[in-house]
Design a protein around this ligand. Structure first.
Ligand code: ATP
Ligand code: MG
Length: 464
């Protein structure tokens, strides 16, 4: 067993020792976690690895959440076995790995993620000493596949509350970083030197915000202090990773609180530069629209309704459109091409920061385009719009704009009614338009009108 244990890792920390602390060990009587509360698959993975002679624990977010009486999203297992050794123990296991190698053990729809104990990084990059870890100039870790001991593994984790190890066999919790105390005091505290840990991986700043919002915890003072100064390090993070992180930030049911914290810690601007500018230029309108969108998202999640990143990004970026359209018009572009160009540019620029996949940018554009079409209801147009698969999102977006104070001449109410009434009443509503609504004027004039008015109707006019 010893041989198996040692062949599974090499300690890279000989050159950079840190004080070894023995973990605090909490027996089953000293904590509230019960073996039966865990996913039985997670327990079976741990036991199987232990029987094969490896060390294995349930670790991270699931231990934290269970101690807080929350339902864990998923279960992570940490072990002294290498990925290959883990795979050899299970029929239903696959080695995966982008940033580092992991094993996924599949049980129907549940996946237990098993990671080998890993070590923190030497402070200087030295190819001889750390052939599997490398950093860029700002200290960001680019690869980290250095295996380590349990103690190393605890030290390389982000926050003390995320570094608790639970052994379902003995029902003990191993706490190397006073994580249990921080859970009790509701504190998010980085392990190690905060500045250095943020430099290693700037996404930890976003994770601090995410857990603060999710758990309703405070960010401990020393962990909070460097964030605003280091916020721009987010510019170095690959855009695809930032997109993933933003989805977690805004689609976890605490988006509104998350937004306030991002603003407070000056992390919003590096993520959404155009929206941040709009918030500065027009704080009341942009702030209300974004906050209302996030509050709706939280409410939908609480009710178990589906939410789409397309709607969310459409809302976050909408307040940035008017200034861009005005700019394009000042360069001599007619209104429609100006609106099209502004929409395209804003999405393109945002994708440089947070790589929004095409399956979301397309519906974003459709939601925006729908804003221009919703006022045009004459003839069969209203019915055609109702048939449009994007109608509901477009209509919800219209209500969102109105909730932020945009003047639309009662358009949202009109559409609400139109959806509720029967066919003959719908005809009446359309006829009513021709009489008292300029947009319903005789065909020829209406066309002229459209050319003049269309694009302006598509822009958040009260935001100009
Ligand atoms: P949740 O799954 O509820 O969002 P979590 O804590 O499980 O929260 P994961 O992203 O699933 O978060 O990561 C699992 C664990 O891996 C964390 O608890 C933490 O110990 C460690 N970890 C994740 N990301 C980092 C990071 N950027 N730096 C250091 N450790 C990390
Ligand atoms: Mg997790």
């Amino acid at each position: 067993m010893l041989k198996k244990l040692f062949q599974s890792f090499r300690s890279p920390l000989r050159r950079f020792p840190h004080p070894r602390r023995t973990p605090e060990i909490l027996s089953s009587r000293q904590h509230s976690l019960h073996r039966d509360d865990l996913s039985r698959h997670a327990v079976s993975v741990v036991e199987r690895l232990q029987q094969a002679g490896y060390e294995a624990y349930v670790v991270g977010g699931c231990v934290r959440d269970l101690l807080l009486d929350l339902d864990p999203k998923d279960y992570d297992v940490a072990t002294s076995a290498t990925p290959e050794q883990v795979r050899a123990e299970f029929r239903n296991a696959r080695v995966i790995g982008r940033r580092f190698k992991l094993v996924h053990v599949h049980f129907g729809r549940e996946i237990i993620e098993v990671a080998t104990f890993r070590a923190n990084h030497p402070e200087e990059d030295d190819d001889d000493a750390s052939p599997m870890a490398s950093r860029n100039e700002s200290g960001r870790i680019l690869r980290d596949n250095i295996y380590g001991t349990l103690e190393d593994d605890a030290q390389r984790r982000d926050f003390t509350i995320n570094a608790l190890y639970y052994d379902p066999s003995s029902e003990r919790i191993l706490d190397h970083t006073h994580g249990v105390k921080d859970i009790r005091n509701k504190l998010i505290r980085l392990i190690g030197d905060p500045e250095q840990r943020y430099q290693e991986d700037p996404v930890r700043m976003l994770r601090a915000i995410r857990f603060a919002a999710k758990l309703d915890f405070e960010i401990e003072q020393h962990s909070a202090e460097p964030i605003a100064d280091l916020a721009e390090l987010l510019n170095d993070v690959p855009a695809a990773r930032l997109f993933d992180e933003i989805i977690k930030l805004f689609l976890s049911g605490k988006a509104e609180r998350t937004f306030e914290l991002l603003l407070e810690y000056e992390l919003f601007a590096p993520l959404f530069p155009a929206s941040a500018e709009a918030l500065e230029d027009n704080p009341e309108y942009a702030g209300t629209l974004i906050r209302n969108a996030l509050a709706n998202t939280d409410e939908r999640i609480a009710q178990g309704k589906p939410v789409t990143p397309a709607f969310l990004f459409a809302a976050l970026l909408w307040p940035a459109l008017p200034a861009r359209i005005a700019e394009a018009q000042a360069r001599g572009l007619p209104p429609i091409p100006a609106a099209q160009e502004a929409a395209h540019d804003i999405i393109w620029e945002q994708c440089q920061r947070t790589a929004i996949p095409k399956r979301f940018t397309m519906p974003m554009r459709e939601i925006w385009d729908m804003q221009e079409r919703l006022p045009r209801r004459q003839g069969r147009r209203a019915d055609q719009l109702l048939e449009n698969p994007r109608f509901r999102a477009g209509y919800d977006f219209l209500l969102l704009r109105e909730s932020a104070g945009e003047e639309t001449d009662g358009l949202g109410e009109w559409w609400t009614e139109y959806q509720e009434v029967n066919d003959s009443e719908r005809r009446n509503m359309i006829r009513g338009l021709s009489k008292d609504d300029g947009s319903g004027a005789p065909r020829k004039r209406r066309r002229n009108n459209r050319r003049k008015r269309g694009p302006n109707e598509s822009t958040p006019s009260s935001a100009d």
